[in-house]
Design a protein around this ligand. Structure first.
Ligand SMILES: Cc1cc2nc3c(=O)[nH]c(=O)nc-3n(C[C@H](O)[C@H](O)[C@H](O)COP(=O)(O)O)c2cc1C
Length: 471
């Protein structure tokens, strides 16, 4: 397979929306949707009345309509919920999700991929964060039922994914390890997923390619050594990319702003990556035509680009946020802080400073800690030996009761709720308080000045593709 030169990076939650992936794939490049918390996005869209009817159109194409009917019955509100009302919650995904929750995960991922693939013959991928293990298997299955072309997994070492894809392509039961903090035997919990327990008669899944996202030659080699032909390409991501980054190797040093500093040991020798012999893409401040040419000269197939697409017309971010970010970029006043503690995952997270978002200390401190979505929780072993769940950004007393420490909770932000606010689906709390956004971006935003046409403050995904291709 000869892959296109550009991957539009997966950006959660729903920043890489189906509209964005569709626009990029229509241009013959690889469009990627984000599978992160996409079950929640479906549930909230349905409660908003499914504007445009797109998600219901995709649901109508799902091969088991009785499942779709159950979901619509539970969540769809024809005229949309009252704006001042809260969204009704869905159950958090734990180590053994109910069949109902598995159905929702399958359908939500199906819908996103289906819509991204509509109307063109281009390639569509889906991105998952390895750190979010519990929804992974049904999510991959849902994406495969919609014919996803590439599964892309970052934020971890996704050694088990090729086996899962392989098993699911034959509708077989699969399993996935869930690390359990403090487990006395040190062993992970094995989560199970069997499509035959969800459907009496399983639909036909499509077998996609698999690209792990790695940040070093060691990890790239490990993936290939352990997974062999299960790995079809590599995405090599550097520390200036948007979203979560792999922590620096060795003992972490911090600069005067308190950001983790990356050094020589974090640099990737692309000759060694090329010698592996697989197609590879370079991500993280490679978003220009010159960098694309540089990547190709080093043997890469191309580049993966996130930030420039994040603020384009088709991304899932609200129009207000995009405008605010683009205005800062045009004025040259954008500011990014590599926050070592914001993410409950413990991975450094690139925060774009914008007014009235949790990037501001007083806005953050004003927020009452609530954990009601739970995608970034970690599993831990309780004193009685059973498995429990905690999140470093949940209310402190609860976190401490579950064996967490104050040190670990300090500065943690609720990415689940704020990332939903970024896409215009904030939860409404008692007293009318709405959850507020928190933006992430890579360092490479200056190019926005070159893309935005004079007199304009917006740009399309297609204009980003033109810019990258030097057209
Ligand atoms: C808003 C935003 C959200 C992101 N979310 C994810 C994500 O959910 N999963 C992931 O693997 N990478 C994520 N990334 C990284 C991108 O997929 C991509 O690799 C990266 O942005 C490339 O570097 P660039 O920002 O310099 O173009 C995100 C990036 C941005 C800007």
């Amino acid at each position: 397979m000869i892959f296109p030169q550009i991957i539009q990076g997966g950006m959660g939650i729903s920043v890489s929306s189906w509209q964005l992936a569709n626009a990029v794939a229509t241009r013959g490049q690889i469009g990627v949707v984000s599978g992160t918390a996409i079950d929640l996005v479906l549930v909230r869209s349905l409660q908003n009345g499914d504007p445009g009817g797109h998600r219901r159109r995709a649901m109508a194409a799902f091969p088991r309509q009785e499942v779709v009917e159950r979901i619509l019955e539970k969540y769809f509100i024809a005229d949309g919920k009252e704006p001042e009302k809260a969204y009704s919650n869905k159950t958090m995904v734990g180590e053994a999700p109910s069949i109902e929750l598995q159905e929702l995960l399958i359908v939500a991922n199906f819908v996103e991929v289906y819509l991204a693939k509509e109307g063109h013959n281009g390639l569509v991928g889906i991105n998952f964060l390895h750190k979010i293990q519990t929804p992974m298997m049904p999510s991959i299955y849902g994406a495969m039922l919609a014919g996803v072309d590439v599964i892309i997994v970052g934020a971890g070492i996704p050694l088990e994914i090729p086996k899962i894809i392989d098993g699911l392509s034959r509708n077989e039961a699969v399993e996935f390890s869930l690390p359990v903090k403090g487990a006395t035997d040190g062993a992970p919990f094995k989560m199970q997923f069997d499509p035959n327990l969800v459907f009496d008669d399983c639909p036909e899944p499509h077998t996609p390619y698999f690209f792990p996202i790695v940040s070093s030659v060691t990890l790239a080699n490990l993936m290939v050594k352990k997974c062999g032909e299960g790995v079809n390409g590599l995405i090599i991501e550097g520390p200036t990319a948007g979203g979560h980054n792999a922590p620096p190797r060795g003992k972490t040093q911090y600069n005067e702003r308190g950001e983790p500093v990356y050094g020589k040991r974090d640099e990737v020798d692309f000759e060694k990556i090329r010698d592996i012999g697989l197609p590879f893409f370079i991500a993280g401040s490679f978003a220009s035509h010159e960098k694309l040419e540089e990547a190709k000269a080093m043997g890469a197939t191309g580049i993966q680009v996130g930030s420039l697409f994040a603020f384009s017309d088709e991304s899932g971010l609200t129009a207000e946020i995009k405008l605010d970010a683009v205005r800062h970029c045009l004025a040259g006043t954008e500011s990014i802080f590599r926050d070592p503690v914001a993410s409950p995952t413990g991975f450094p997270f690139q925060v774009l400073s914008l007014p009235d978002t949790l990037s501001e200390q007083d806005v953050y401190e004003d927020r009452k800690r609530i954990c009601d979505l739970g995608y970034l929780r970690e599993a831990y072993q309780k004193e009685d030996g059973s498995l429990g769940w905690r999140c470093a950004s949940e209310p402190l007393p609860a976190f401490l009761r579950k064996g967490g420490t104050e040190e670990d909770a300090k500065g943690r932000k609720c990415l689940c709720n704020s990332l939903m606010a970024n896409i215009g689906m904030p939860q409404r709390r008692k007293g009318g308080v709405e959850e507020l956004p928190l933006l992430t971006s890579g360092y490479n935003l200056t190019a926005i000045k070159e893309i935005v046409k004079p007199g304009k403050e917006t740009y399309s995904a297609s204009e980003v593709v033109d810019f990258l291709l030097g057209e």
